[in-house]
Design a protein around this ligand. Structure first.
Ligand code: 13P
Length: 259
């Protein structure tokens, strides 16, 4: 049985003090709910500047910290970039890859996503690979084609051994930050397609074990029905993850569903 994953992607938000207040508050909440954390995994993706702060807090708490991006290169003259080895040296356990905002504003291609996944796996960091179609692609009935192309590109040359840990996040681009959520049926359809592809590319065990999160305007009001779908194992939340009360409410919903 897969557990739920509730993940907050802060994107480019919060000052150091705001980040400090948020993590301290959430850590206390998670400590109070520690007994449920075998069923619900909580991840936070702060800006990389705050990784040390966040990791320090969560050393003794059941919250896991991840970076929002990583360089596709190993090391060297890449001003402004952060390598997977550096993230590993900061005890970062997860990293988002291929978020649609990186694809759109930083021209990230499937090849770059694949190179990033390889860098992360080499440094024992679990990639959370984000995929999703644009509004135009959905309107043109190209959703499946786009999803399969992104999957194929991201997993090029990737093999699983017993330590390989990869998550996926289906984030329809048109649902990100727009208030428009995919209907639970729409999301479930794509999640099932993803799981089927993983099964065919790897095997049934890997596809059954792989967490597939949904992202795109998830909030306390709609998370329950999304989590109730068979192949939706959690949520990757942007805007609503920035407010402690909302983030706690969504973790609580996941806990309640597992009871
Ligand atoms: P919103 O929840 O703000 O739509 O963002 C989703 C997202 O992009 C998470 O990575």
């Amino acid at each position: 049985m897969r557990r739920y994953v509730i993940a907050g992607n802060w994107k480019m938000n919060k000052t150091f003090t705001e980040a400090d207040d948020f993590i301290s508050d959430i850590s206390e909440f998670i400590d109070d709910n520690e007994e449920f954390m075998d069923d619900v995994e909580v991840l936070i993706f702060p800006p990389s500047l705050y990784l040390e702060l966040a990791t320090d807090y969560t050393d003794s708490t059941e919250i896991f910290i991840g970076a929002q991006d990583v360089s596709s290169h190993e090391s060297g003259a890449y001003t402004g970039e952060i390598s997977a080895e550096m993230l590993n040296s900061m005890e970062t356990l997860f990293c988002l890859v291929g978020h649609s905002e990186r694809r759109k504003y930083h021209y990230e291609t499937d090849e770059m996503v694949n190179a990033k996944v390889k860098q992360l796996l080499k440094n024992s960091i679990s990639p959370i690979i984000c995929i999703g179609e644009t509004e135009k692609e959905r309107a043109e009935n190209k959703t499946d084609e786009v999803i399969l192309k992104q999957l194929k590109g991201a997993f090029e040359g990737i093999d699983f051994d017993e330590d390989t840990d990869i998550y996926l996040a289906y984030e329809p681009v048109w649902a990100i930050g727009t208030g428009k959520t995919a209907t639970p049926q729409m999301a479930q359809e794509v999640h099932a397609l993803i799981r089927k592809w993983i099964k065919e590319r790897f095997n049934e065990k890997i596809s059954n074990d792989m967490p597939i999160l949904y992202g795109g305007s998830v909030k306390p009001e709609n998370i329950k029905i999304l989590l109730e779908q068979e192949d939706i194992d959690g949520a990757l939340i942007g805007g609503a993850s920035l407010i402690t009360e909302k983030f706690k409410a969504m973790i609580t919903t996941a806990i309640e569903l597992k009871k």
